[in-house]
Design a protein around this ligand. Structure first.
Ligand SMILES: Nc1ncnc2c1ncn2[C@@H]1O[C@H](COP(=O)(O)OP(=O)(O)OP(=O)(O)O)[C@@H](O)[C@H]1O
Ligand SMILES: [Mg+2]
Length: 354
């Protein structure tokens, strides 16, 4: 697809590979949920601080107590929306006739690949779909966000790709999320880029592993790619039917996109004829800036219907959720980020694969 240069960082510039991820997720954080609701304990703490007002409390005390809840969603709202986002009232979303394998790719770092993978997957699973997230990034951010162990000797995607371990030996169910599964990545995966080079059918190792894996009757496999165009991303694109590209609504957002699209075309021509760019999702949209709307307009002008109508706003809840080992869909379901990802997932589920 021809891509013109319009002063917004359209292709031609050098690749940007600046992996992000704080990596301090688990200290001092409770992942406990209220039994039967999936509601995080932190939400319950908010409810507790809100309710017991004594008749003798002064208005000032009452105001102080109620302001303890600083979330975007109030606790009561959360409880209601928990019901809504679980599919209540809307009816089940259509299950695809065959499992859709979607690679979430962009070699630019920090554009929202992992946030998109995890939250779309969670939203789909909350609406009756059976979803596996394959963490193909040695940073292991998707595994962290899905509370799936990925440190030490845990069997991971590396062993599937390099040692031919069956997928079934590494896939774990995500805690408190029925229908959502994760194939974790440990730091070992960093070595795979080099070790794969000398292996037979090095570009198709993930496809082979996924084809041999039928245990879960899956509707979606979502592959969270690393910020590079190396053999790991090539494996994802060979295994996938669809590519989803998150584009951050910022300056330089489109830099490197031409190269990614050329790679998709090359893989389509030589290794995976059914691969197609099915979805572009605009992330980290800040409605207050003119630049964000300029980028969004530009992307829509070039990619048309491939771009989801839903735009993902900047939302602090989205960046907080992983440190609680949760998607934002359970961490703060009424936040703008959660509602946007729910809408984005709904669009994806209703888009037929041509
Ligand atoms: N819509 C959003 N609003 C606010 N923060 C966001 C949003 N989307 C992502 N973030 C934050 O931006 C950072 C980068 O996001 P993310 O890790 O999803 O990007 P990535 O493309 O997977 O990065 P990498 O290339 O390192 O794998 C993270 O700290 C994430 O929490
Ligand atoms: Mg990532």
């Amino acid at each position: 697809m021809p891509v013109a240069s319009c002063g917004l960082g359209w292709p031609d510039g050098p690749l940007s590979e600046s992996p992000s991820g704080v990596g301090w997720p688990e200290m001092g954080v409770s992942r406990q949920r209220i039994p039967g609701t999936g509601m995080p304990l932190v939400e319950r703490m908010a409810i507790v601080t809100q309710t017991p007002l004594n008749p003798g409390d002064s208005p000032l005390v009452r105001e102080a107590l109620s302001s303890v809840v600083s979330r975007e969603t109030s606790a009561t709202q959360t409880a209601t929306q928990q019901g809504e986002t679980s599919g209540g009232g809307e009816g089940a979303w259509p299950r695809p006739s065959k499992c859709r394998v979607i690679a979430v790719a962009n070699q630019k770092g920090g554009v929202g690949k992992t946030t998109t993978s995890v939250n779309i997957a969670a939203a789909l699973s909350m609406n009756g779909q059976r979803v596996l997230v394959v963490d193909l990034d040695p940073q292991g951010n998707a595994s962290t966000a899905l509370a799936t162990e990925h440190r030490g000797d845990v069997p991971d995607v590396y062993q599937v790709l390099v040692d031919d371990l069956p997928m079934a030996d590494i896939v774990k169910q995500v805690p408190d999320m029925p229908g959502l599964y994760c194939a974790p990545a440990t730091i070992d995966l960093a070595g795979a880029e080099i070790e794969l080079v000398s292996l037979v059918a090095r570009e198709a190792r993930l496809r082979r592993a996924l084809n041999a894996y039928s245990a879960l009757d899956l509707d979606y496999i979502i592959i969270d790619c690393p910020p590079s165009l190396g053999l790991l991303t090539v494996n994802a694109l060979v295994a996938a039917d669809e590519v989803m590209i998150p584009i951050q609504c910022e300056y330089y957002a489109l830099e490197g996109l031409g190269q990614l699209l050329r790679n998709v075309d090359l893989i389509k021509a030589h290794l995976n004829p059914t691969l197609r760019l099915s979805t572009i999702v605009l992330t980290m949209y800040d409605g207050r800036t003119r630049l964000a709307s300029q980028v969004a307009e530009e992307v829509r002008a070039h990619f048309g219907d491939t771009v989801l109508n839903t735009v993902i706003p900047r939302s602090v809840r989205l960046s907080e959720a992983p440190s609680y080992g949760q998607s934002v869909m359970t961490y703060d379901p009424g936040s703008s980020g959660a509602m946007a990802y729910m809408d984005a997932a709904r669009e994806i589920a209703h888009r037929a694969l041509v």
